[in-house]
Design a protein around this ligand. Sequence first.
Ligand code: PEP
Ligand code: MG
Length: 541
Amino acid sequence: MSVISGIAASKGIAKGAAYIYHQNEIDITEASKLSQESELERFKDACDKAAEEISRLRIDAIEAVGSSEAQIFEAQEMMIRSPDFEDSVQEWISRGKTAEYSVRAGSEALEKMLYETGDDYLMERTADVRDISGRVIRALLGVRNEDLPDFPHILIAEDLLPSQTIAMDKTKILGIATSRGAYNSHTAILARTLGIPAVVGCGDMIKVIRDGSEIIINGTDGTVQSEIDETAEREFERLKREFDEHKNSLEKLKDMPSVTADGSEIEICANIGSLEDAQAALENGADGVGLFRTEFLYMESTDFPSEEAQFEVYKTVLEMFKGKRVIVRTFDIGADKSLPYMDLGNEENPAMGCRAIRVCLNNSVLFKTQLNALLRASKYGRLAIMFPMISELKELRACKDMIRECMRELDDRGLEYSRDIEIGIMVEVPAAAVMSDEFAREADFFSVGTNDLSQFTMAADRTNEKVNYLCDASQEAVLRLIGLTAKNAVANGILCGVCGELAGDPEYTEKLLRMGVRELSMSPFSILEVRKKVREIRLDQ
Ligand code: PEP
Ligand code: MG
């Protein structure tokens, strides 16, 4: 048996076949040494293979999610056989280029053409063109398709971007192990949100794992075991049983109130990024949503989601939570959460560059699209709006001005909205914590983002496993800033919540409550554990 140690990123234990995920860019040669006829033949063969693959995916999708969701594959099958696709590729082949180069260049031209129509339906098809061209290129070069297998597996990767994690079919992923990444990186956060066991930052040792071999991943102690022997097998069974029993024992807390043993009411809310997460939050008895990471809606989309599309999502979430507060954070794009369709330029330090509220305030059209969607949805529940990465008072004031402007515009459009929306800020930049006395006079609530607050207080990159020990919210310096923020919130009569990962750690629940924190927002799968802890605490002692 061999054991690899990494960072315990998402609790739970799983056993299954390792699937090594390759994410290297494919090298493409431009000039062809073959005749045009040969390149054309290669192209047609590759199209056949890709079409077969899509047809298999369509059949799997019908079984898994039903025929309406499978329509996307039907459209792709048609597209791969369409004269438009073939003509655009042939044109490049006739200029002496390789088939793979021609597929890439031809599809880019086709995507541009679709995009320029301005028609919503056709613009959305650009993603399908990109998808089929990727399949054809992989078929041409014999590169394995990076669609994940449709059998249960443990995903092994060097690192995963949040956008890659979002795009995966998580129902087949038993666990995730990566050689890079840290506890607070978004992939780790996503794994926790989905309740998938994960170990990150395992280093190069992970490369010894063979594709298809049976491995055990333990996201609670941060280990990955390969070459499993009988003893390891027995230990796995024991730990799995223990984990499941513990999980079942928490079930009874689902409908119990989040109140301390001496009667203080606490809100235990969920961090969500999608409607599926919202459902998981309700199933785990969330008292509301403490952080809706709306940038994930943007990351799942092939273009900026329209006001209408966003309105529908926000309305649905508000309705699902039936009057419980839903704190929606305006999009935090930038750093590791980039959008393929948005050019933010090259920055030396994107985590400290033009991201989050800085992007919003520089792009009033984008910002207003989201605010309008939110305001319109506010009629359907209890909405609170929160701004990310606030560093100076001027920003909060500019955001509030923008909301007022949107309200006026909605009045002009004759659209309704609630006039009773709480406006808060994330305290995740040390400057905001230090100035929290002043912010508390102008914000309706605080929510401490301990992930970024740790990163910036400790000057330790949250995605870098080498400084994971420093980028840790339990560092005294970070705790003191949380304490200061909560003290200033209490003094000014506003709510102080925590929505960074520290909120989901029961070891720190009492400390946070004693500081004055009254709302804790976390992965849906941590809620019951924290509720159990809250109900045991006495704040009067
Ligand atoms: C945080 O920084 O603590 C936070 C909750 O936001 P995110 O993890 O999305 O940056
Ligand atoms: Mg943050």
